[in-house]
Write a protein that binds this ligand. Structure first.
Ligand code: SAM
Ligand code: DTB
Ligand code: SF4
Length: 364
């Protein structure tokens, strides 16, 4: 069984990334199978609860107010609308709803109270709830945890070095601080980044160094391919090659054996064969639904077909990331995409160090 390491160097990770492809795939797939069921993929649905008008200057982001992009801006969504969207997501096989807000940081007050109500509402639907709302204080993380938040997404985005070229309105260190604040609650951490922003291989590896050095490591790591949006400073960047995405996913799987590696933005540009190689290389979660936050994503029926073709099954909610590798144990967790999961949730939010115990209960 591969060990969890927190001391990877950039050079070591670059050497993995640059291995002959067949070696890289074999190693990643082997590690993947040691820690996860290779036929199970966690499915999340994104919901933009507050779109556009963001004061930040993230160079990739269509929601930054300073760039003139063609997106429809919206105020904070009503709780009833969020509930309706969550029910739709659940019916189409998603186990998690991830709510995104175009905020620099969370501010205490009526809007945050409304988000807490959204979290409670989705939690009652027996779905995992994730939020990505920008920077967060320790107290805000605790309040989200009390409302039943399962995961918080806050990406490092790239290496500390390249970060300054992408965002100037807040620092890499701020990101680490927010992740640390989330860690002080029992909410799980989802943190990854974007490739294809003009970064060097050193930066891809550097981002993985930063993610692996976190202790504990994030439970979920999204790997996004840049969606180059007209009006943003990155509009003219050529799409990243599928081979880079496959190599990045495989490398992430090798250095973060236990985490859920999420094949995130950019899937509309990828063939099924390309995505299949990413799943083989260790990706075991996706965002489903025809929209990410503001940009397109494959239609849910297309994804259902792809899952059927590849023999993949969506993961039930509240199952620990690392899965047993026996077919019997894995089979007991499967639910066909498009069917409602037939289960009842026994407990409440799972505390970080209690997932194993809780898991034993879930699989009884
Ligand atoms: N405003 C919050 C924040 O920045 O943390 C939450 C929403 S923000 C849109 C969440 C993440 O989406 C970003 O950190 C970035 O990694 C990803 N993202 C945004 N625009 C993207 C794009 N054009 N292509 C790929 N990923 C993107
Ligand atoms: C993540 O890493 N990718 C998702 C989610 N976390 C919030 C967002 C992707 C956004 C792509 C651009 C857009 O649709 O606006
Ligand atoms: Fe704002 Fe988040 Fe977009 Fe940055 S990534 S501009 S913080 S919405």
């Amino acid at each position: 069984m591969s060990e969890t390491r927190h001391d990877w160097t950039t050079a070591e990770i670059m050497a993995i990334y640059n291995k002959p492809l067949m070696e890289l795939l074999y190693e990643a797939a082997t590690i993947h199978r040691e820690h996860h069921d290779p036929n199970t993929v966690q499915v999340s649905t994104l919901l933009s609860i507050k779109t556009g008008g963001c004061p930040e200057d993230c160079g990739y982001c269509p929601q930054a107010a300073r760039y003139h992009t063609d997106i429809e801006t919206n105020d904070l969504m009503k709780v009833s609308h969020v509930k309706a969207q969550a029910l739709r997501a659940k019916a189409s096989g998603s186990s998690r709803v991830c709510m995104g807000a175009a905020w620099r940081n969370v501010k205490d007050g009526p809007e945050f109270d409304q988000v807490l109500e959204m979290v409670r509402t989705i939690n009652k639907l027996d779905m995992e709830v994730c939020c990505t709302l920008g920077m967060l204080t320790e107290n805000q993380a605790k309040r989200l945890a009390e409302a039943g938040l399962y995961a918080y997404n806050h990406n490092l985005d790239t290496s500390e070095d390249y970060y300054k070229d992408v965002i100037s309105t807040r620092a890499f260190e701020d990101r680490l601080q927010t992740i640390d604040n989330v860690r002080k609650s029992n909410v799980t951490v989802c943190s990854g980044g974007i490739i294809g922003m003009g970064e060097r291989l050193e930066d891809r590896a550097g981002m993985l160094v930063a993610l692996t050095s976190l202790n504990p490591q994030p439970e979920s790591v999204p790997i996004n391919a840049l969606v180059a949006v007209e009006g943003t400073p990155m509009a003219e960047i050529e799409p990243v090659a599928i081979w880079d995405m496959i190599r990045m996913v495989a490398t992430t799987r090798i250095v973060l054996p236990e985490t859920q590696v999420r094949l995130s933005a950019g899937r509309t540009e990828m063939s099924r064969e390309g995505q299949a190689m990413c799943f083989f290389a260790g990706a075991n979660s996706i965002f489903a639904g025809d929209k990410l936050l503001t940009t397109p994503n494959p239609d849910v029926n297309e994804d259902m077909e792809m899952f059927k073709l590849l023999g993949l099954n969506p993961q039930k909610p509240f199952v620990k990331v690392a899965q047993p590798t026996t077919t019997e144990a894995a089979d007991s967790e499967l639910v066909p995409l498009g069917e409602k999961p037939k289960w009842t949730r026994p407990g409440h939010t799972i505390a970080r160090n209690e997932t194993a115990k809780q898991d034993a209960k879930l699989t009884e």
